[in-house]
Design a protein around this ligand. Structure first.
Ligand code: 13P
Ligand code: 13P
Ligand code: MG
Ligand code: MG
Ligand code: MG
Ligand code: MG
Length: 383
């Protein structure tokens, strides 16, 4: 049976700053999805949040980029925004860049990861959701899961994984993608995905039969809007077991709190901290960037679960190290490499500061010329 898992998310406003989604906005979204389930548009759903991002996890049989499913998500975000406005929540409707729905949600602000699959007899998968970071943040763990035998034992010892995987990598600036194979092309893969602000792993496929294993949301809000409108806060769906990484292998990829761009004002590098649903709230310096992972099974398009995967003392040391890294990075204040590089800052409010200072910049060559002419005048008069 062909089932589609659609994870669609948006920041529609939040409590006390960019901190956490308000339960009443989630209830409003829930109502829209319940109605869509009743009307047979979707088969099942789960509404959740990570920090200030409202996350709609839906299953259905209508395929990817389906108008009715996208419209349902849009309506849910609109209804939730209404509640956010009524409550005077912060940045109500933040990620909704357009007013009118026109067929699907591409380019409209919400982030989405969708995967149409032929259900296996048991179909376990994980939905990863992050706040205060951007899509390339999943490059590192996707590589670990699907290409690094020091992370994923199955690449070495499981014959169904041994051939490796294909990575579809998108250049988000040029809007073109390339598919590279691991293990043969891992150096080429790393040459690209090591620049996660530009090259984003969009999908991963099993090489032996082309079966899809992972998909991420690739929307970059600032590139869509041309200015800073909050961070993208990406999601990723990963199928696990039976020829894909084991559940524990996918989670192991997050045991090191690697640095990601985002955090305060979307303009700082900070450690990605895997947390439980309870701790999925942005606090310190609007972060540090947080990740949750919910484990599900899907059967006949119905969701079973979830399990809150990082609600586990096994990740306490990761979180402690993340806190220490947060301390270390914070002590750099406004200096790089805590603050992002200038190319990324182009999409923040920094250009306004530069514009204001423009008339006050002096050309270095003019200063030298002025000195030179003083010297020439002095030598003339002493002659
Ligand atoms: P169990 O014996 O607990 O099912 O473990 C199987 C396994 O392969 C764990 O990675
Ligand atoms: P969000 O994208 O999570 O709204 O973050 C915006 C921000 O500027 C945090 O400081
Ligand atoms: Mg926000
Ligand atoms: Mg957010
Ligand atoms: Mg955001
Ligand atoms: Mg078992």
């Amino acid at each position: 049976m062909r089932t589609t898992i659609s994870v669609i998310k948006a920041d529609i406003g939040s409590l006390a700053g960019h901190h956490v989604v308000h339960p009443d906005t989630m209830a409003a979204a829930n109502k829209v999805l319940a109605e869509a389930k009743k009307n047979g548009i979707i088969a099942d759903y789960y509404v959740t949040n990570v920090g200030d991002d409202l996350e709609l996890i839906m299953t259905h049989t209508r395929g990817e980029l389906d108008t009715k499913v996208h419209e349902t998500a849009w309506d849910a975000f609109k209804e939730a925004t209404k509640v956010a406005k009524d409550l005077g929540l912060y940045a109500a409707g933040q990620d909704l860049l357009s007013d009118t729905f026109s067929g699907n949600l591409k380019g409209m602000g919400p982030g989405m990861a969708e995967m149409e699959i032929e259900e296996r007899p048991a179909e376990p998968f994980v939905v990863f959701m992050a706040d205060k970071t951007e899509p390339g943040a999943y490059n590192f763990p996707q590589y670990k899961m699907f290409a690094d035998p020091f992370n994923t034992a199955g690449l070495v010892i499981d014959p169904t994984m041994h051939e490796g995987y294909k990575f579809e990598i998108l250049d988000v600036y040029e809007g073109e993608s390339v598919t590279l194979q691991s293990p043969e092309e891992i150096y080429d893969i790393l040459a690209l995905i090591g620049t996660p602000s530009r090259y984003v792993i969009r999908r991963v496929y099993r090489k032996s039969d082309g079966m899809i294993g992972a998909v991420t949301s690739i929307e970059r809000l600032n590139l869509l809007a041309g200015k800073y409108v909050g961070k993208d806060d990406p999601v990723m769906i990963v199928r696990v077991q039976h020829g894909f990484p084991a559940l524990g292998e996918t989670l192991e990829a997050f045991s090191f709190p690697y640095l990601v761009p985002g955090w305060m004002r979307g303009s700082h590098y900070g450690p990605l901290m895997p947390v439980s649903q309870r701790d999925a709230r942005a606090t310190r310096f609007d972060g540090p960037p947080r990740l949750i992972g919910l484990g599900f099974n899907v059967k006949n398009a119905k969701l079973v679960g979830p399990s809150d995967l990082f609600d586990d003392p096994a990740f306490d040391e990761t979180r402690r190290l993340a806190s220490q890294i947060a301390d270390y990075m914070r002590r750099h204040g406004p200096f790089m490499p805590h603050r992002l590089e200038p190319t990324e800052m182009e999409y923040t409010t920094l250009p306004l500061v530069l514009e204001k200072l423009k008339p006050r910049f002096k050309k270095e060559s003019d200063v030298v010329k002025a000195k030179q002419s003083i010297y020439e005048k002095e030598t003339e008069s002493s002659d």
